[in-house]
Write a protein that binds this ligand. Structure first.
Ligand SMILES: Cc1cc2nc3c(=O)[nH]c(=O)nc-3n(C[C@H](O)[C@H](O)[C@H](O)COP(=O)(O)O)c2cc1C
Length: 187
């Protein structure tokens, strides 16, 4: 079976992360949901509402459509990735609130014990957010902050974006060569 990924895009900063991830998933079946918050951030950061993202998706859903097929545990998927994951969405998922399609898909991933990767972008982190992250990690989610490494000597924003997306693709089990791996080629 072809890998199926649920990709939730919420209103954390980093619309380019979602776009870059989708550009690297062309050979996979992707089910994409963009929250209203994400559309606002897209407008600020990329001057669009995320239409280019939707064009790259295999299937798209409205975040308000909580009866969409991905809201059911019977819809099997390889992993759900929320990128960027706003602190609001992260808090809802940690508290078991499923009032949007993105948060419902996360709740499904947790209850079905499927891979859930959350890519938050915020700093600094309040005690509440840290507690929520701890809770999610205990529940089996992978909290993968959008924080690039600098040891690769990035020359551009694109390099830093690729660093984060490459690590997310690794977590999803998707082969990629977006960044040169540390000490690769050394004997
Ligand atoms: C330009 C802009 C940048 C934002 N950046 C962040 C951010 O980096 N992290 C975050 O958690 N929220 C950020 N927010 C706030 C979220 O978008 C807001 O809390 C929203 O309600 C999240 O809803 P959602 O999770 O349903 O998308 C930002 C909002 C705007 C307008």
């Amino acid at each position: 079976m072809k890998d199926k990924f649920v990709i939730g895009v919420t209103g954390g900063s980093g619309s380019i992360l979602a776009l870059t991830l989708l550009r690297n998933l062309e050979n996979y079946e992707t089910h994409v949901v963009v929250s209203e918050g994400a559309k606002k951030v897209f407008r600020e950061e990329l001057g669009s509402t995320g239409d280019e993202l939707l064009k790259l998706a295999s299937y798209t859903y409205d975040d308000k459509d909580i009866s969409a097929r991905i809201s059911s545990g019977s819809f099997k998927f390889t992993a759900a990735v929320i990128i960027p994951c706003s602190i609001s969405t992260l808090g809802k998922v940690a508290s078991g609130i499923s009032d949007t399609l993105v948060t419902r898909a996360c709740a499904v991933a947790l209850k079905e014990r499927r891979k859930l990767i959350l890519v938050p972008r915020e700093m600094p982190l309040s005690t509440i957010v840290l507690e929520n992250m701890h809770k999610l990690s205990l529940a089996g989610a992978i909290v993968a902050p959008a924080s690039p490494g600098y040891y690769t000597r990035p020359k551009s924003v694109e390099d830093m974006v690729n660093f984060v997306v490459s690590r997310v693709l690794d977590l999803m089990g998707v082969e990629n060569d977006l960044v040169r791996r540390w000490r690769s080629g050394e004997k």
